[in-house]
Design a binder for this molecule. Structure first.
Ligand code: ZN
Length: 272
Protein backbone atom coordinates (compact mmCIF):
# COMPACT_ATOMS: atom_id res chain seq x y z
CA UNK A 1 0.00 0.00 0.00
CA UNK A 2 1.07 3.61 -0.31
CA UNK A 3 3.02 5.05 2.61
CA UNK A 4 0.71 6.30 5.27
CA UNK A 5 1.02 9.37 7.39
CA UNK A 6 -1.17 10.54 10.26
CA UNK A 7 -1.91 14.25 9.64
CA UNK A 8 -0.47 16.71 12.12
CA UNK A 9 -3.07 17.49 14.76
CA UNK A 10 -4.35 21.06 14.82
CA UNK A 11 -3.82 23.22 17.91
CA UNK A 12 -5.67 21.82 20.89
CA UNK A 13 -5.74 18.25 19.50
CA UNK A 14 -3.44 15.23 19.62
CA UNK A 15 -3.28 11.63 18.41
CA UNK A 16 -3.86 9.43 21.43
CA UNK A 17 -3.41 5.66 21.71
CA UNK A 18 -6.32 3.78 23.30
CA UNK A 19 -6.25 0.18 24.54
CA UNK A 20 -3.20 -2.05 24.89
CA UNK A 21 -3.59 -5.50 23.29
CA UNK A 22 -4.77 -4.02 19.99
CA UNK A 23 -3.93 -0.34 20.31
CA UNK A 24 -6.02 2.15 18.41
CA UNK A 25 -4.94 5.68 17.63
CA UNK A 26 -7.52 8.42 17.46
CA UNK A 27 -7.50 12.17 17.26
CA UNK A 28 -8.67 13.80 20.49
CA UNK A 29 -9.22 17.29 21.79
CA UNK A 30 -7.18 18.19 24.86
CA UNK A 31 -10.07 20.33 26.21
CA UNK A 32 -13.28 18.37 25.52
CA UNK A 33 -14.75 17.18 28.84
CA UNK A 34 -15.45 13.51 27.88
CA UNK A 35 -13.34 10.55 26.71
CA UNK A 36 -13.59 10.61 22.90
CA UNK A 37 -11.73 10.05 19.65
CA UNK A 38 -11.91 10.39 15.87
CA UNK A 39 -10.46 7.44 13.97
CA UNK A 40 -9.00 7.36 10.46
CA UNK A 41 -8.45 4.57 7.91
CA UNK A 42 -5.59 2.98 9.84
CA UNK A 43 -5.87 1.55 13.33
CA UNK A 44 -2.43 2.49 14.60
CA UNK A 45 1.17 3.27 13.75
CA UNK A 46 3.07 -0.01 13.87
CA UNK A 47 6.32 -0.03 15.82
CA UNK A 48 9.65 -0.75 14.13
CA UNK A 49 11.63 0.52 11.17
CA UNK A 50 9.26 -0.50 8.38
CA UNK A 51 6.22 1.12 9.91
CA UNK A 52 5.16 2.83 6.71
CA UNK A 53 4.81 -0.54 4.95
CA UNK A 54 2.45 -2.12 7.41
CA UNK A 55 -0.90 -0.98 8.59
CA UNK A 56 -4.14 -2.50 9.81
CA UNK A 57 -7.24 -1.02 8.33
CA UNK A 58 -10.18 0.38 10.21
CA UNK A 59 -13.63 1.44 9.12
CA UNK A 60 -14.13 -0.86 6.14
CA UNK A 61 -17.57 -0.66 4.62
CA UNK A 62 -18.76 -4.04 5.92
CA UNK A 63 -16.74 -4.12 9.12
CA UNK A 64 -19.06 -2.26 11.48
CA UNK A 65 -19.64 -5.14 13.92
CA UNK A 66 -15.91 -5.88 14.22
CA UNK A 67 -15.16 -2.18 14.51
CA UNK A 68 -17.64 -1.74 17.36
CA UNK A 69 -15.97 -4.60 19.27
CA UNK A 70 -12.56 -3.02 18.73
CA UNK A 71 -13.86 0.40 19.81
CA UNK A 72 -15.41 -1.16 22.95
CA UNK A 73 -12.11 -2.78 23.94
CA UNK A 74 -10.10 0.37 23.14
CA UNK A 75 -12.43 2.61 25.15
CA UNK A 76 -12.82 0.03 27.94
CA UNK A 77 -16.63 0.16 27.88
CA UNK A 78 -19.45 -2.38 27.90
CA UNK A 79 -21.10 -1.09 24.75
CA UNK A 80 -20.53 1.31 21.90
CA UNK A 81 -23.92 2.18 20.43
CA UNK A 82 -24.21 3.03 16.74
CA UNK A 83 -27.03 3.62 14.27
CA UNK A 84 -28.21 2.72 10.82
CA UNK A 85 -27.69 6.25 9.56
CA UNK A 86 -30.20 7.55 7.04
CA UNK A 87 -29.39 11.28 6.60
CA UNK A 88 -32.37 12.39 8.69
CA UNK A 89 -32.79 14.16 12.02
CA UNK A 90 -34.06 11.46 14.39
CA UNK A 91 -32.24 11.36 17.74
CA UNK A 92 -32.03 8.01 19.52
CA UNK A 93 -31.72 8.14 23.33
CA UNK A 94 -29.73 5.17 24.71
CA UNK A 95 -31.10 3.95 28.05
CA UNK A 96 -30.43 0.19 27.88
CA UNK A 97 -28.28 -2.55 26.35
CA UNK A 98 -27.06 -2.45 22.77
CA UNK A 99 -29.71 -4.03 20.51
CA UNK A 100 -28.70 -6.76 18.02
CA UNK A 101 -29.64 -4.52 15.10
CA UNK A 102 -28.79 -0.83 15.24
CA UNK A 103 -31.82 1.47 15.23
CA UNK A 104 -32.35 4.02 12.44
CA UNK A 105 -31.39 7.60 13.08
CA UNK A 106 -28.59 10.12 12.79
CA UNK A 107 -27.95 11.21 16.35
CA UNK A 108 -27.42 9.39 19.65
CA UNK A 109 -27.56 10.61 23.23
CA UNK A 110 -26.87 8.83 26.52
CA UNK A 111 -26.30 9.59 30.16
CA UNK A 112 -25.46 6.00 31.21
CA UNK A 113 -21.92 6.13 32.64
CA UNK A 114 -19.27 4.11 30.73
CA UNK A 115 -21.54 3.80 27.71
CA UNK A 116 -20.33 5.11 24.38
CA UNK A 117 -22.03 6.38 21.26
CA UNK A 118 -20.45 6.26 17.81
CA UNK A 119 -21.10 8.06 14.54
CA UNK A 120 -19.64 6.92 11.22
CA UNK A 121 -18.93 9.27 8.38
CA UNK A 122 -16.87 9.65 5.19
CA UNK A 123 -17.10 13.38 4.39
CA UNK A 124 -20.31 14.03 6.35
CA UNK A 125 -19.80 16.21 9.44
CA UNK A 126 -19.52 14.27 12.73
CA UNK A 127 -20.28 16.32 15.85
CA UNK A 128 -19.67 15.04 19.39
CA UNK A 129 -21.41 16.65 22.38
CA UNK A 130 -20.94 16.50 26.14
CA UNK A 131 -22.37 17.95 29.33
CA UNK A 132 -19.45 18.25 31.78
CA UNK A 133 -21.72 18.14 34.87
CA UNK A 134 -24.02 15.15 34.29
CA UNK A 135 -21.48 13.27 32.15
CA UNK A 136 -24.10 12.83 29.41
CA UNK A 137 -22.84 12.73 25.82
CA UNK A 138 -24.12 12.69 22.27
CA UNK A 139 -23.09 12.42 18.65
CA UNK A 140 -24.61 13.49 15.35
CA UNK A 141 -24.04 12.69 11.66
CA UNK A 142 -24.62 15.68 9.40
CA UNK A 143 -24.12 15.39 5.68
CA UNK A 144 -25.83 18.05 3.62
CA UNK A 145 -29.21 16.34 3.99
CA UNK A 146 -28.85 16.04 7.76
CA UNK A 147 -27.62 19.62 7.98
CA UNK A 148 -30.64 20.70 5.93
CA UNK A 149 -33.03 19.12 8.49
CA UNK A 150 -30.95 20.43 11.42
CA UNK A 151 -29.89 17.12 12.97
CA UNK A 152 -27.16 18.77 15.06
CA UNK A 153 -29.59 21.28 16.53
CA UNK A 154 -31.93 18.37 17.36
CA UNK A 155 -29.09 16.42 18.98
CA UNK A 156 -28.05 19.35 21.17
CA UNK A 157 -31.66 19.85 22.27
CA UNK A 158 -32.08 16.15 23.08
CA UNK A 159 -28.82 16.04 25.03
CA UNK A 160 -29.82 19.13 27.08
CA UNK A 161 -33.17 17.46 27.89
CA UNK A 162 -31.65 14.08 28.79
CA UNK A 163 -28.90 15.71 30.88
CA UNK A 164 -31.18 18.25 32.55
CA UNK A 165 -28.63 20.83 31.40
CA UNK A 166 -29.05 24.34 30.03
CA UNK A 167 -27.73 24.26 26.42
CA UNK A 168 -25.24 26.96 27.40
CA UNK A 169 -23.45 24.31 29.51
CA UNK A 170 -22.93 21.87 26.62
CA UNK A 171 -19.66 21.43 24.74
CA UNK A 172 -19.14 20.32 21.14
CA UNK A 173 -16.28 19.11 18.99
CA UNK A 174 -16.48 18.83 15.20
CA UNK A 175 -14.53 15.97 13.63
CA UNK A 176 -12.74 15.53 10.31
CA UNK A 177 -15.22 16.27 7.49
CA UNK A 178 -15.30 17.55 3.96
CA UNK A 179 -14.60 21.27 4.05
CA UNK A 180 -15.55 24.21 1.86
CA UNK A 181 -12.33 23.65 -0.16
CA UNK A 182 -13.77 20.41 -1.57
CA UNK A 183 -17.54 20.43 -1.14
CA UNK A 184 -18.82 21.58 -4.51
CA UNK A 185 -22.59 21.26 -4.91
CA UNK A 186 -25.24 21.94 -7.51
CA UNK A 187 -27.35 25.10 -7.29
CA UNK A 188 -30.35 22.96 -6.29
CA UNK A 189 -28.64 22.14 -2.98
CA UNK A 190 -28.21 25.85 -2.20
CA UNK A 191 -31.87 26.39 -3.11
CA UNK A 192 -32.96 23.56 -0.81
CA UNK A 193 -31.23 25.28 2.13
CA UNK A 194 -32.79 28.62 1.25
CA UNK A 195 -36.27 27.06 1.04
CA UNK A 196 -35.80 25.50 4.50
CA UNK A 197 -35.09 28.92 6.01
CA UNK A 198 -31.29 28.55 6.40
CA UNK A 199 -29.15 31.68 6.07
CA UNK A 200 -27.39 29.82 3.28
CA UNK A 201 -25.42 32.77 1.90
CA UNK A 202 -23.39 32.71 5.14
CA UNK A 203 -22.02 29.26 4.36
CA UNK A 204 -21.93 29.34 0.53
CA UNK A 205 -18.72 30.20 -1.32
CA UNK A 206 -18.30 30.86 -5.02
CA UNK A 207 -14.58 30.33 -5.68
CA UNK A 208 -14.90 31.22 -9.38
CA UNK A 209 -17.40 33.64 -10.86
CA UNK A 210 -18.83 31.03 -13.24
CA UNK A 211 -18.11 27.96 -11.09
CA UNK A 212 -20.42 25.83 -9.00
CA UNK A 213 -20.97 26.86 -5.37
CA UNK A 214 -19.09 25.29 -2.48
CA UNK A 215 -20.85 24.74 0.84
CA UNK A 216 -19.15 25.16 4.20
CA UNK A 217 -21.12 22.44 6.02
CA UNK A 218 -18.99 22.84 9.14
CA UNK A 219 -19.98 26.49 9.44
CA UNK A 220 -23.62 25.55 8.81
CA UNK A 221 -23.46 23.12 11.74
CA UNK A 222 -21.60 25.61 13.91
CA UNK A 223 -24.50 28.03 13.31
CA UNK A 224 -26.91 25.28 14.43
CA UNK A 225 -24.95 24.72 17.65
CA UNK A 226 -25.08 28.47 18.35
CA UNK A 227 -28.81 28.49 17.57
CA UNK A 228 -29.25 25.61 20.05
CA UNK A 229 -27.70 27.78 22.76
CA UNK A 230 -24.04 26.70 22.91
CA UNK A 231 -21.63 29.60 23.40
CA UNK A 232 -19.00 30.12 20.69
CA UNK A 233 -16.01 29.09 22.91
CA UNK A 234 -17.77 25.78 23.67
CA UNK A 235 -17.38 24.65 20.04
CA UNK A 236 -14.07 23.08 18.98
CA UNK A 237 -13.13 21.98 15.47
CA UNK A 238 -10.49 19.51 14.24
CA UNK A 239 -10.28 21.68 11.08
CA UNK A 240 -9.27 18.65 8.95
CA UNK A 241 -10.73 18.02 5.49
CA UNK A 242 -11.43 14.33 4.79
CA UNK A 243 -11.08 14.80 1.03
CA UNK A 244 -7.76 16.69 1.29
CA UNK A 245 -6.24 14.28 3.85
CA UNK A 246 -5.66 10.73 2.51
CA UNK A 247 -5.56 9.46 6.11
CA UNK A 248 -9.35 9.67 6.23
CA UNK A 249 -12.01 7.82 4.30
CA UNK A 250 -13.63 10.23 1.83
CA UNK A 251 -16.67 9.49 -0.31
CA UNK A 252 -15.85 12.31 -2.71
CA UNK A 253 -12.32 10.98 -3.20
CA UNK A 254 -13.02 7.23 -3.24
CA UNK A 255 -16.61 6.72 -4.37
CA UNK A 256 -19.33 4.30 -3.22
CA UNK A 257 -17.03 1.52 -1.89
CA UNK A 258 -15.54 3.91 0.66
CA UNK A 259 -15.04 3.00 4.34
CA UNK A 260 -16.07 5.11 7.31
CA UNK A 261 -14.28 7.20 9.94
CA UNK A 262 -15.59 6.64 13.47
CA UNK A 263 -16.32 9.39 16.00
CA UNK A 264 -16.78 7.97 19.50
CA UNK A 265 -17.59 9.55 22.87
CA UNK A 266 -18.01 7.89 26.28
CA UNK A 267 -20.48 9.06 28.95
CA UNK A 268 -18.94 9.73 32.35
CA UNK A 269 -20.10 9.69 35.96
CA UNK A 270 -22.12 12.73 37.06
CA UNK A 271 -20.17 15.23 39.17
CA UNK A 272 -21.63 14.82 42.66
ZN1 ZN B 1 -10.56 19.80 1.14
Amino acid sequence: MTPFRFPDPPDGFRWRTFGSGEPLEALTSTRFPALHGFTCRIRNRPPGPHREHWASHLGSRDGSAADLGLLERAAGVQAVHALRQVHGNDVHVVRGARPADPPCGDALVTRIPRTAVAIKAADCVPVLLADPVSGAVGGAHAGWRGTLVRVVEAAAGALAAEAGAPPSRLRAVIGPAIRACCFEVGPEVVSAFRERGHDVERFTLRPRAAGRPHLDLVLANRLQLLAAGLPEPAIEDTALCTRCQPAFHSYRREGPGVGRNWSVVVAGEPIA
